[in-house]
Design a protein around this ligand. Structure first.
Ligand code: T1G
Length: 690
């Protein structure tokens, strides 16, 4: 075996096998690109090498290294786009891509520049770039339609979905599937080498660039897709630019189309939306990286969920989906039975929607039991408590679990607001107690705040994070503190929205403006969903003086306008599901009474910067480990617009200096002590890195 750091090379007769080795997923960072190009050049210069097989250890390649773009390395030579793919095209020696695992983005584009492709049946092939707010930039928009036709190419590029080896074969994306791709590629190499040497033409090997997109309707199809995408406000710039490049593929010669693709790609890659998408991808993965201590972590194969309400059911579904044998526990049989029936119905719904096979449903149902009483938690690896959000109730449950669960069992509480340390204190094993704050519906929402108690053992924390990942969640570690990360920050956003109403704005206007900016739901709509009684009761129970910012929210709750569940809150809800602003709210304040006009930009700035201001305190107090964690929480749990990356990313884009000056201004204009400057924030540098 010979080769450079990131590429292994070995010969099988006159075939050279070039293996990319950049674990875990062979991203095409600059060092790998350099080594790969050098290996190809050497092979081409060696007359005894008749064909080259390009493959990857483990995975073929997950494409460009998303961490490289902001430093400029992603677009530095040798680029995948023109240099490597161009070199593959220019080689006389035939090249065969042998695909195992994933061939995504630039990985698939590399394979498309080879003379032929062979994949394993269960490999995953696709161009997911548009899901990251940008577009294929290494020939994908030009070679893919030549390989599989324009209609299938439009589908794969616009949706970003991937296909497996069998599907890839039937659409012509690969030439063969095989369980031993290297052996199959060597056999194919011999055939290609023979026909290349038999031909007088130096370029006798197959190249997609030599094909034309031959469908008569190709142009019309791309045009139709462009027109409909342009009308859809939810379609991102990546899709629109990819369509422009596909249009070039069907109207221009190959090299011109390729140049057009690269030009579009290069400018798009540096746009804020694409930057935010890459940042999100890397932040979400960084959040799940917690140190795994030497002490053994607990692999969870059996779990119990205590509390058969909505939350408990959602958590149970997520556990079953992760292959965990689960017991759902409550205090009476009726509640247990109805939870089991509801879970079965949900699994059935997943089957009818094609998300689950009948066999998977049967396996998950067989892994589910419902029992009355905490004895059901006696022989499991993890217990997740999801009972009523009341400290005494939770303390009682944990004290009992302490005497029932075997040693080493993870004891997790789904509390969203209570002090985990007090809950852990009810047991003689606080090292096994941890928080798992799920979001509703827990089978759908991705975020889980994993709460690290004062005595939580590192092994307990690592096992819990691993369990959350298996449940297909995005775990973010939070330390104990009121509201952990997300609720604490979001509360200041809600409070700021309430202040704006006190200053004379209509709640529905505040909602409209923030929704137009990209929040999934305006603050008053959110409050109506949560139930206006819930934070009201919490405020009443809290010690200290009343915060005047909540005066109208208190008045709304005092009138019994609890929101959706009571049919009236900040809005009125009709039986047909429609809603309209509750005009009576206007009698609680003075609409339009403000002594200055408040424009839409101020609404956005104050509500968003309120999150940033609170995030500064959360970070300073080390409740969250990094600003990337804060952003991951707000985007995945609170409807913060993904295209803005998260509140901290937003502030760094705006410039922390500008954000600070705005806060000084709001402190002066509103006389609200909340806006007191943060020295932590003042010392920040722009542009967060995960
Ligand atoms: N760049 C950088 N890091 C990446 C990465 C990437 N493309 N893909 C994965 N990683 C890291 C990830 O951060 C994690 O790191 C580890 O690999 C395992 O990932 C020119 C513009 C491949 C299906 O969009 O979809 O090519 O936490 O935890 O669940 O046109 O990662 O271990 O330190 O997600 O098994 C297009 C993105 C790029 C693929 C594996 N490619 N990746 O999933 O593990 S743009 C993508 C994925 C492009 C060209 C362009 C998944 C996966 P760490 P993981 P997984």
């Amino acid at each position: 075996m010979a080769g450079s750091a990131r590429v292994d090379q070995h010969r099988e007769g006159d075939v050279l096998i070039v293996t990319m080795v950049n674990p875990p997923v062979n991203t095409l960072g600059r060092p790998l690109r350099r080594d790969l190009l050098a290996a190809l050049e050497n092979a081409e210069a060696d007359p005894t090498i008749k064909a080259v097989v390009v493959t990857g250890r483990g995975n073929f390649s997950a494409g460009a290294d998303l961490a490289e773009f902001d430093s400029g390395e992603g677009l530095a030579e040798p680029t995948l786009h023109l240099t490597i793919a161009g070199y593959l095209d220019s080689m006389k020696t035939p090249t065969i891509a042998a695909i195992t695992g994933v061939a995504l983005g630039g990985g698939l584009e590399l394979a498309l520049a080879c003379s032929a492709r062979i994949a394993e049946r269960d490999s995953r092939l696709g161009l997911p770039e548009t899901t990251l707010g940008f577009m294929p930039g290494a020939g994908g928009t030009q070679r893919l339609p030549r390989a599989i036709g324009i209609e299938a190419a439009l589908d794969l590029i616009m949706t970003g979905r991937s296909v497996d080896g069998s599907q890839a074969l039937s659409m012509g994306l690969v030439d063969a599937i095989d369980s031993d791709v290297i052996a199959a590629a060597i056999a194919m190499a011999a055939r290609l080498a023979a026909s290349a040497s038999a031909s007088a033409n130096a370029n006798a090997k197959p190249r997609l660039r030599d094909d034309a997109v031959e469908e008569p309707l190709a142009e019309a199809l791309v045009e139709a897709a462009r027109r409909s995408a342009a009308r859809n406000p939810r379609v991102n710039a990546g899709v629109l630019d990819a369509l422009a490049a596909l249009s070039a593929a069907v109207t221009l010669p190959f090299d011109k189309g390729l140049a057009r693709e690269f030009e579009l790609f290069r400018s798009l890659a540096l746009q804020p939306e694409a930057r935010a998408a890459r940042y999100r991808f890397l932040s979400e993965r960084a959040a799940g990286r917690v140190p795994t201590p030497d002490e053994s972590t607990t692999p969870v194969s059996r779990a119990a969920v205590v509390g058969a309400g909505t939350m408990g059911r959602g958590i149970t579904l997520a556990l079953l989906g992760a292959g965990v044998v689960t017991t759902i526990i409550d205090t009476d049989l009726e509640r247990v039975d109805s939870a089991v029936a509801a879970i079965a119905a949900e699994l059935e719904r997943s089957v009818s929607k094609g998300r689950l096979s009948g066999r998977q449903r049967d396996e998950q149902l067989a892994s589910l039991t419902g029992v009355v009483g905490l004895d059901g938690a006696a022989d499991v690896d993890a217990v997740i408590e999801a009972v009523f959000e009341d400290l005494q109730v939770k303390i009682d449950v944990f004290a009992q679990l302490d005497s029932i669960a075997r040693p080493g069992t993870i004891l997790a509480s789904n509390t969203s607001s209570l002090d985990l340390n007090l809950i852990a204190g009810a047991t003689k094993r606080p090292e096994s107690v941890v928080g798992m704050h799920f979001f509703s519906p827990a089978n759908i929402m991705k975020l889980v705040e994993v709460v690290n108690g004062a005595h939580t053992a590192p092994a307990t924390l690592a096992s819990t994070v691993a369990l959350a990942k298996r449940m297909k969640k995005i775990p973010v570690v939070a330390e104990v503190g009121p509201g952990f990360i997300g609720n604490r920050i979001f509360d200041q956003y809600l409070r700021q929205a309430n202040s704006l109403v006190l200053e004379g704005l209509e709640p529905s206007r505040v909602d409209r403006v923030l929704e137009a900016w990209g929040m999934a739901m305006g603050p008053f709509r959110v409050l109506d969903v949560i139930g206006n009684d819930v934070p009201w009761m919490a405020r009443r129970a809290a010690p200290g003086a009343k915060d005047p910012a909540w005066a109208i929210a208190d008045a709304v709750a005092e009138r019994g306008w609890f929101g959706r569940k009571s049919g009236i809150g900040w809005y009125r809800y009709a039986a047909d599901g429609s809603s309209s602003p509750n005009s009576e709210v206007g009698s609680l304040y003075s609409p339009g009474r403000g002594d200055r006009a408040i424009d839409d930009a101020e609404i956005v700035e104050r509500c968003v910067l309120a999150m940033v201001r609170e995030a500064a305190d959360v970070l300073e107090a080390a409740i969250a480990a990094s600003s990337a964690d804060v952003d991951t929480v707000m985007v995945n749990g609170y409807g913060f617009p993904a295209r803005h990356g998260g509140p901290w990313f937003f502030a760094s884009d705006l410039g922390f200096d500008r954000a600070n000056r705005a806060m000084v201004k709001w402190a002066r204009v509103t006389s609200d002590p909340f806006w007191e400057p943060s020295t932590f924030l003042r010392s920040r540098e722009d542009r967060p890195t995960p």
